[in-house]
Write a protein that binds this ligand. Structure first.
Ligand SMILES: NC(=O)c1ccc[n+]([C@@H]2O[C@H](COP(=O)([O-])OP(=O)(O)OC[C@H]3O[C@@H](n4cnc5c(N)ncnc54)[C@H](OP(=O)(O)O)[C@@H]3O)[C@@H](O)[C@H]2O)c1
Length: 222
């Protein structure tokens, strides 16, 4: 019994001396909870603003607001293809750019038939440095480009240390992910500025905003 009494005494003493630490920890916990709740509330607001509120109101007439044509780079697959279809659905004429002529031809035909808009395609390989841009500039000349979607992007075959990346992969990533966005903007922006309307969408990645070990060059390029 004496042992139990001593234990209670010891426990009381420890609790008393710990209370200042517990209070500090409680404050840290409260600060963390407030931060998390604030960020959750802000994310929820952004989600509603971006995805729900636009669906409630009447749709913006993209042709009237920005112009007749949209150019989408890397547009025969994935996100680029989805952009092309969604913009065509909203009545915008579409210019597709990527490497494979057969895929471009097929998608171009499907989009024009499905959405009854004009389509055009340009075969170009953005990994070739300066090479593709004069032909793209010539093909876009005299068209009213209202929207540019800088979508084309390449990723590693698998995550790896920077020191293991070949020079070819690095150049391709820089040319496809960075140079294309800059050069395409350089081609279409003067027309937009002149008409005082236009929109440029740069497709980025979550890798740009957080540490991405083994995806260093990709993260930096986005
Ligand atoms: N998928 C994801 O989970 C994800 C996540 C975050 C961000 N992103 C970003 O979203 C964008 C699109 O990604 P995605 O996954 O939708 O791409 P994807 O499915 O791999 O499609 C890539 C498109 O780009 C074209 N392309 C590839 N290399 C090209 C080159 N050198 N020159 C011209 N065209 C080329 C391809 O067509 P051809 O092969 O016929 O040329 C294809 O149409 C990228 O910028 C990517 O970084 C993607």
């Amino acid at each position: 019994m004496a042992a139990v009494d001593r234990f209670h005494l010891l426990y009381r003493e420890i609790s008393r001396s710990c209370s200042v630490y517990l209070e500090t920890l409680a404050l840290v916990g409260a600060w963390y909870a407030v931060r998390k709740c604030t960020s959750l509330a802000m994310d929820t607001y952004s989600m509603l603003r971006l995805h729900l509120i636009p669906k409630l109101g009447s749709k913006v007439d993209l042709v009237k607001q920005y112009g007749k044509w949209a150019v989408i780079t890397g547009s025969t697959d994935g996100i680029g293809k989805a952009y092309a279809e969604e913009l065509a659905k909203r009545g915008v004429n579409i210019i597709l750019i990527s490497r494979n002529k057969e895929k471009l031809e097929a998608l171009s035909k499907t989009i024009s038939e499905t959405y009854e808009v004009e389509t055009l395609f340009i075969v170009a390989d953005f990994s070739k440095g300066r090479e593709p841009y004069p032909a793209i500039k010539e093909a876009l000349k005299d068209r009213e480009i209202g929207i540019l979607v800088n979508n084309v992007g390449i990723f590693y075959s698998y995550p790896d240390y920077f020191t293991n990346l070949s020079e070819d992969i690095l150049w391709d990533m820089i040319n496809v992910n960075i140079t294309s966005a800059n050069m395409m903007t350089r081609i279409v922006l003067p027309g937009m500025v002149e008409k005082k309307r236009g929109a440029i969408v740069n497709v980025s990645s979550a890798s740009c905003c957080q540490p991405t070990p083994m995806l260093t060059a990709y993260g930096a390029s986005k």
